[in-house]
Design a protein around this ligand. Structure first.
Ligand SMILES: C[S@@+](CC[C@H](N)C(=O)[O-])C[C@H]1O[C@@H](n2cnc3c(N)ncnc32)[C@H](O)[C@@H]1O
Length: 508
């Protein structure tokens, strides 16, 4: 292991992933719902720092859709930063800086000018010393009124996975050879242990599902999730108390649905929760009652309250966009309280209205089919859809033309990359101010539309150059003719079913 990693896993890069939770429109929405003043003007300029940015994909995509905002992304892994800088150069991102620095170096290196600091996938995976440095960084660099997003493995839910993590760590240490191979072997070994159904394995109900999901994850993800020297799960109260040293107060969960008690808790829980006076204690009790294993929290430095009228006006002025075709919306969702049906007389007309444009909450609530449900019910439906990544709050219309220009340049670079690899799968949406995931095939179809070339031929040229071929009904298709025919059928489906959504989101 290299000396600079401070116990963090070395020698293997993190995955290229975009996390929508970090998008300013979503952060603002979550704050407004809780009645807090957001530190950023979504139509104007603000400064955002992502600390421990990995491959920098989230910051790059967000910079691609916010030309007036500035993004600083920090990571001490030179491989991560070199890749992110290459992407920024290819996409002509003038508003993003990718810095190869440790937390301590970044803490010392600038003014108290950050509006948002995001710590995604960092807090649970670094040492207590490094968490103290992060607190110092927040003290020095976050401006008054500023927002912190922090995610971490939470207690009590993570307790269920601690022995699994130990098996993975010990098994990898017990072997020699390339780390990805050792990780694969460790996951297979843990599955064999689970199959014995003995001792702890017999009691760990959630384990088979977790192992199944691990089998689908890359070794890069597993290494960064499980193999760091430091791996700590936290009670919310302990995180809140550590961050209090940076003058930060808990502002609420970043996921809107987690604010909805009726979906999270049995009705009898509310009076019990009300007995807890300290908000950190109360939030921790919520985690016990929902057995939460992962948290995404928002903290504010010098939190400012909105008046009830300001909160209502901001929510009413918020536009919303649908992220999927309207027919794909579920009729029932799975919440911590169990299966919850979504009333179709509300969700049907809501989906229809969202499919037709990017209406504000006020516009939606005024539609006859929705008005009879009342604005609060429409808002709660939007909170659910937003939390499930089926809809999202959009940015204000002001500035959309400038955003579209920058996003288009960014997306051109991503689509061009799809000719030679499938590592980057996220386009920048000037409507959402967030990323939109596309498969490699979708990216190649969009590239062909953009360049006026034949979509099937463009896709086949890229896939065949990589030795890839399509499958139909589980059978690999041999030869150019069969693959081109299948590609034409898939392009037709793409045009009918997917393109309308991508157009609505401003990425096609
Ligand atoms: C699990 S990754 C999360 C990446 C990214 N935030 C995301 O969610 O996609 C954590 C990152 O923190 C970086 N990191 C860990 N300790 C660090 C330190 N002391 N200084 C700077 N970066 C660090 C690692 O290199 C790694 O890329």
């Amino acid at each position: 292991m290299q000396g600079w990693t401070e116990g963090y896993v070395g020698g293997i890069g993190y995955i290229h992933a975009f996390y929508r939770e970090l998008s300013p429109a979503l952060l603002s929405f979550a704050l407004t719902l809780r009645g807090w003043r957001s530190p950023m003007d979504l139509a104007g300029s603000f400064t955002c720092a992502e600390i421990g940015c990995g491959q920098g994909v989230s910051s790059a995509v967000l910079a691609g859709c916010h030309p007036d905002a500035r993004f600083e992304a920090v990571d001490f892994n030179p491989g991560h930063i070199a890749g992110a800088q290459r992407l920024a150069a290819e996409a002509g991102l003038g508003n993003a800086a990718f810095r190869e620095e440790s937390f301590a170096e970044y803490a010392e290196g600038g003014a108290k000018n950050l509006d948002i600091v995001t710590l995604h996938g960092v807090w649970s995976w670094v040492s207590a010393e490094n968490r103290a440095i992060l607190v110092d960084l927040l003290k020095r660099r976050l401006r008054p009124g500023g927002l912190v997003f922090v995610s971490y493995n939470a207690l009590p839910g993570t307790l269920a996975y601690m022995p699994l993590r130990r098996v993975l760590v010990e098994h990898c240490a017990d072997r020699t050879g390339p780390l990805p191979e050792r990780i694969e072997e460790a996951v297979a070994f843990a599955s064999r242990l689970t199959a014995l159904n003995a001792g702890w394995f017999a009691q760990a109900d959630a384990l088979p599902a977790r192992l199944d999901s691990l089998k689908r994850k890359s070794p890069n993800y597993i290494a960064h999730e499980y193999l760091n020297r430091d791996w700590t799960a936290f009670y919310h109260a302990d995180v809140a108390r550590e961050l209090a040293a940076a003058k930060l107060d808990f502002a609420g969960p970043a996921v809107p649905m987690e604010q909805m008690d009726e979906l999270s808790l049995p009705p009898d829980a509310l009076p019990l929760l009300a007995e807890a006076r300290d908000p950190a204690y109360r939030e921790t009790l919520r985690d016990l009652l929902t057995n939460r294993a992962f948290r995404r929290d928002l903290f504010l430095k010098g939190a400012g309250r909105l008046t009830a009228a300001e909160r209502r006006d901001r929510l009413r002025a918020t536009r919303f966009a649908l992220l999927v075709p309207p027919d794909d919306l579920p009729e029932v969702i799975l919440a911590p309280v169990g299966r919850v049906p979504l009333p179709q007389d509300l969700h049907g007309p809501l989906a229809e209205a969202l499919a037709a444009g990017t209406p504000t909450l006020a516009e939606l609530s005024a539609l006859p089919a929705l008005a009879r449900h009342g604005e609060e019910a429409v808002l709660r439906a939007l909170m659910i859809l937003t939390s499930l990544a089926l809809a999202a709050p959009a940015l204000p219309e002001t500035g959309q033309a400038a955003r579209a220009l920058q996003a288009d340049r960014f997306n051109a670079a991503i689509l061009e990359r799809s000719r030679r690899d499938d590592t980057l799968d996220t386009l920048a949406s000037p409507v959402l101010g967030s990323g939109v995931a596309v498969s490699r095939l979708e990216a190649l179809f969009l590239l062909a539309r953009r360049n006026g070339t034949d979509p099937a031929a463009t896709a086949w040229e890229a896939l065949s150059a990589d030795g890839l071929a399509l499958s139909r009904d589980g059978e690999r298709l041999d030869g150019e003719e069969a693959n081109l025919a299948e590609l034409r059928a898939r392009f037709d489906r793409f045009t009918r079913l997917r393109l309308p959504t991508l157009r609505r989101l401003g990425v096609a």
